[in-house]
Design a protein around this ligand. Structure first.
Ligand code: DAH
Length: 350
């Protein structure tokens, strides 16, 4: 009887070898271990055997049945695997988790120069402060030595809210709050106040190539004992040479701002026309980039700092102008236009 099981085993193995599809496999399964399959039929033949023979033959058939079962399961798994591989080989070779055809976009040029300036000043020990765009009259004007009806307000008309607050016309509006925030550290711990505060400013402007109703500035202040104009000039020069990575022609001339005394205009030679004169520099060859000065005693007093003991400098860097100079943008209005054709050109590594 053992020849019979061997016969069926060999027949099964060669049939299995030829199997290519899941359907073939199912057919063979029924053919061998189905109700009327070859293996099942073998068991029926036991009836004619002696008890002793029944035992050994029965065991042999069971072993065969298990073998067939296992081989079929194994083959089923192999076929499945083959199908997956075939499916994969049909897939195009790209990362399907990537977003369709969208480009990654780029940072706005003003964001780029702002971050660069923040980095430069951070490395010199300045903190970077965030400040609200809606401020009070006190923050924007009164605390900066610009009382009501002061003519300096004429140049800084802005957008007023019904509650008397306004859209800030200058980042200087944060000065008073910053002085109050760090005054105790200055007086009690002898820690100088060193802070920059970049922000968006608004003015009621007639727009042209170099004026916009919305623009960015970055204010900076340093207050300590014995701060002088030399400290101011040092920080301004360091910042400009870092930003432009080359020597820039600058000039310092007197300028009036009620919150500094003395006050200066720090101009740089126009990088768009090389100092020849163009619409971007109002045909003067120079661009007012960073008005600055020594903080007025009244302004220090309003911030709770004794001007007899402490002095400081302040500057208001025109971030929008800086971006225009750095990237050669001729018209300030392009920066607020939202035109991707213009803004896409700027990346981190430029
Ligand atoms: N806030 C002034 C403006 O927007 C600019 C300015 C001038 C800021 C002199 C300063 C400064 O800190 O010292 O016109």
């Amino acid at each position: 009887m053992s020849e019979k099981t061997t016969e069926v085993r060999l027949a099964f193995l060669s049939a299995l070898e030829a199997v290519e599809t899941a359907e073939d496999l199912e057919r063979i399964r029924v053919e061998y271990i189905g109700k009327k399959g070859y293996v099942t039929e073998l068991l029926k033949e036991m009836k004619s055997l002696s008890n002793e023979e029944k035992k050994t033959f029965g065991q042999a058939v069971n072993v065969l049945k298990n073998e067939v079962n296992d081989a079929i399961a194994e083959k089923r798994e192999a076929l499945k695997q083959k199908e997956i591989e075939l499916e994969n080989s049909r897939m195009p070779e790209f990362d399907i988790s990537m977003p369709a055809t969208l480009s990654r976009g780029s940072y706005h040029p003003i964001t780029l120069v702002q971050r660069q300036c923040e980095e430069i000043f951070r490395s010199m020990g300045f903190t970077v402060e965030d400040y609200s765009e809606i401020v009070s009259d006190y923050e924007c004007f009164e605390s900066l030595n610009i009382p009501k009806n002061h003519p300096a307000r004429d140049m800084q008309d802005t957008y007023y809210l019904d509650n008397g607050q306004l859209l800030k016309t200058q980042t200087s509006a944060a000065q008073n709050t910053i002085y109050k925030k760090y005054r105790d550290q200055l007086v009690n711990e002898g820690k100088p106040i060193k802070a920059i505060f970049p922000g968006r400013c608004f003015r009621n402007e007639a727009t042209d190539a170099c004026h916009e109703n919305t623009f960015f500035q970055m204010e900076g202040v340093m207050v300590d004992k014995n701060i002088s104009i030399s400290n101011l000039i040092f920080f301004m020069k360091t910042m400009l040479s870092e930003v432009f990575q080359k020597d820039i022609k600058v000039r310092l001339r007197p300028g009036f701002f009620p919150f500094v005394e003395p006050g200066f205009e720090l101009d740089i030679s126009c990088l768009i026309c090389g100092g020849e004169g163009c619409p971007s520099c109002k045909h003067s060859g120079w661009l007012e980039l960073c008005p600055c000065g020594m903080i007025h005693p009244e302004v220090l007093k309003a911030g709770g700092i004794d001007p007899e003991e402490y002095t400081g400098f302040a500057f208001g860097l025109g971030l929008t102008r800086l971006a225009m100079m750095k990237y050669g943008v001729k018209d300030i209005r392009d920066l607020n236009s939202g035109s991707l054709k213009c803004l896409d050109q700027f990346t981190d590594d430029k």
